[in-house]
Design a protein around this ligand. Structure first.
Ligand SMILES: NC(=O)c1ccc[n+]([C@@H]2O[C@H](COP(=O)([O-])OP(=O)(O)OC[C@H]3O[C@@H](n4cnc5c(N)ncnc54)[C@H](OP(=O)(O)O)[C@@H]3O)[C@@H](O)[C@H]2O)c1
Length: 285
């Protein structure tokens, strides 16, 4: 069974690669923009004809949230049009699709953890494109799972954990916002959920939407404090600041907590607590 992974040089793609040897029943084909630019419909079609994937895991995305506000064409091309290409190709070649989306589709105001059925109203252009990407899957894919996740980090790529750790290791003081609340997601945990769900998808039809993050809730300040404490870098100065101290091109949601009841029940899983997963990730760094 060929499993195509797009965007495989990103955080999630690289965690999937790390874990893939534990699923020897599948033959993984790891691609990124150099091997398969998913915005190129002809290349996508050729790829499907040549490789006949059983399932596609779409980890490719335009994830530069602030840049998306100005580089709208690229954000739309990768997060919407390319998803349509994949969804159509999957449908045509009877392949299943696992697509990753984001907490940024919600309104970001809280105060109750978001369910999949809750009203969506993205605050940012990135969030808007990700929501439209979901709509492409819903409209054009036959059998698909969409997973909305939040605050993704990994030992690979650029992310909050690595930025905080780098600064703290250099002894630089840190100002981190305390008024944005959410749940971190260790990309290795999400990768495992994705790989486990492949066999479950055999018994599912249609398009299914799930939320997934690690368990528990924190602010970015709490998250930074945990990174510093776990690494024993407590001499570094860490100050809680308000969001207004850091104006960004794209406004960040004040509240981003996801309700994961649906994925836990339907895909029968337990979700690790965010701090326990952070400890695991920091052991690699
Ligand atoms: N990061 C977060 O905090 C976060 C939070 C919630 C949801 N998500 C979602 O989770 C998923 C995985 O995120 P991630 O953090 O692993 O992303 P990432 O690290 O930015 O990786 C995305 C990968 O896709 C590649 N890519 C971009 N355009 C492409 C194209 N046209 N064709 C093929 N590949 C292309 C990128 O290459 P380049 O690097 O060369 O552009 C990169 O290797 C995404 O759907 C994202 O929206 C992320």
């Amino acid at each position: 069974m060929h499993i195509l992974i797009t965007g495989s040089k990103g955080q999630l793609g690289r965690e999937l690669r790390e874990l893939s040897s534990k699923w020897p029943q599948y033959q993984f084909i790891f691609t990124d923009i150099d091997e398969l630019d998913i915005t190129d419909n002809k290349k996508v079609e050729h790829f499907f004809k040549d490789n006949q994937p059983y399932l596609v895991i779409n980890c490719a995305a335009y994830t530069a949230v602030d840049k998306s506000e100005t580089d709208r064409l690229t954000a739309r091309s990768v997060n919407v049009l390319a998803v349509k290409n994949l969804a159509l190709a999957c449908s045509k070649h009877q392949a299943k699709l696992i697509h990753i989306s984001t907490d940024y589709v919600y309104t970001g105001h809280g105060p109750i953890p978001y369910r999949e059925t809750d009203f969506t109203n993205p605050l940012t252009y990135y969030g808007q494109t990700k929501l439209e990407g979901e709509e492409m899957v819903e409209e054009f894919a036959a059998d698909a799972v969409i997973i909305r996740t939040s605050w993704l980090y990994s030992q690979f790529g650029h992310n909050f954990v690595k930025t905080i750790l780098n600064r703290a290791q250099q002894g630089l003081s840190l100002n981190v916002v305390f008024d944005q609340i959410g749940s971190p997601t260790y990309a290795a945990d999400l990768a495992e959920v994705i790989l486990n769900s492949i066999s479950k998808m055999e018994f599912m039809s249609g398009v299914h939407l799930f939320n997934y993050s690690n368990e528990g809730v924190c602010s970015w300040y709490d998250f930074a404090k945990a990174i510093i404490d776990i690494k024993g870098l407590n001499t570094v100065e860490l100050l809680p600041v308000e969001t207004s101290a850091y104006p960004l091109a794209a406004p960040r949601p004040a509240y981003s907590v996801l309700n994961k009841s649906k994925i836990k029940e339907e895909l029968e899983m337990e979700i690790p607590y965010w701090r326990d997963s952070l400890v695991k990730c920091l052991k690699q760094l």
